[in-house]
Design a protein around this ligand. Structure first.
Ligand SMILES: *Cc1c(COP(=O)(O)O)cnc(C)c1O
Length: 322
């Protein structure tokens, strides 16, 4: 087998690094969900992670690896979502200056949250400017270190600590369902799972409108798509990463999809039955389980619930028709 970007040892080291600062999020059960599906479901609730999503794990692990010179020069990231907030919070805790490149029309709440964590924000016009080029220029001109949202070994190892905790707490699993954007979370969790629960099958879950990961895994090479129209904004990535894809190819059995309507029903289920707020992307695995997109009857199934950042007005608007 060719060498993959990360090993289980990298995840163990990442876990040592983040252990004292990241929350060990709870693994919740729902007897209603179990009886609806005939399975035993274990919900790993990263919606309760610091800043509201698993992204804090990878971000902290990446910045903690900086040399003293890198720490002084600072970190730069481009994102309008949870990666930006994860980097901003981790940078503040590690006393590293952070600059985040965000579009002018980013949701005000996200701009405020990122600024609230002490990051400097550089705005750009997403219709005429290329955010990657802007971030790259900042990195070159100011000596800052650019941290990509998923295609980075330190990020992947950090995200994998979520599955490590899940299996340590729940015991061996038959199946793990993980939401998929660029594959940082899925690749990290796959490596941790293969080491700790070797017989466990691992399946990624994408929004139906953005099934580039499914197309990539089935065709054997990375497929690029236009930004998909889906409420799962954390999975609106256009392609898997050069580092994440080989890990997914090696360890992930399949990638399945769910519709936005199924996501909305899963959000309503999590809120009304489990009393928790989960953002649309965070519901991908729950929706796949509740709809038996993969047969799960009789199995012990881990569900990675990835995040809970959605404003209440938007949440109400989505679930009210349901
Ligand atoms: C980023 C994100 C994802 C997707 O993670 P990848 O590592 O890009 O696959 C899923 N859910 C939430 C809440 C996210 O913020």
């Amino acid at each position: 087998m060719s060498t993959l970007a990360i090993s289980f040892e990298d995840i163990q080291r990442a876990h040592e690094t983040i252990r004292t600062v990241a929350h060990r999020t709870p693994v919740l059960r729902s007897s209603t969900a179990d009886s609806m599906t005939g399975a035993q479901l274990f919900f790993k609730c990263e919606n309760f992670q610091r800043m509201g999503a698993f992204k804090f794990r990878g971000a902290y692990n990446a910045i903690a690896s900086f040399s003293p010179a890198q720490r002084r020069a600072g970190v730069v990231a481009f994102s309008s979502g949870n990666h930006a907030q994860g980097i901003a919070l981790a940078a503040r805790l590690l006393e590293v200056p952070a600059t985040i490149v965000m579009p002018y029309d980013a949701p005000k709440a996200k701009l405020e949250a990122t600024r609230g964590y002490g990051a400097q924000i550089v705005q750009y016009d997403r219709y005429t400017e290329d955010r990657e080029r802007i971030a790259q220029a900042l990195a070159t001109e100011r000596g800052m270190t650019l941290i990509p949202p998923y295609d980075d070994a330190r990020i992947m190892a950090g995200q994998g600590t979520a599955a490590k905790e899940l299996i340590e707490d729940a015991g061996p699993l038959d199946l793990l369902l993980v939401c998929l954007g660029g594959g940082g979370l899925l690749s990290g969790c796959a490596v941790a799972t293969r080491a700790l629960s070797p017989a466990c099958r691992i399946i990624g879950v994408e929004p139906e409108a953005g099934n580039d990961g499914q197309l990539s895994l089935r065709s054997g090479s990375i497929v690029h798509i236009d930004t998909p129209a889906t409420i799962a904004d954390g999975a609106q990535t256009q392609h898997l990463g050069k580092l994440t894809f080989p890990v997914i190819q090696a360890l992930v059995e399949d990638i399945v999809t769910v519709t936005d309507a199924q996501l909305i029903r899963a959000m309503a289920f999590a809120a009304s039955r489990m009393k928790m707020l989960v953002e649309p992307t965070g519901c991908l695995a729950i929706a796949a389980a509740l709809n038996q997109v993969v047969p799960i009857k009789g199995l012990r199934v881990g569900l990675l619930v990835s995040g809970g950042n959605i404003d209440l007005a938007r949440f109400a608007q989505l679930v009210q028709g349901d």
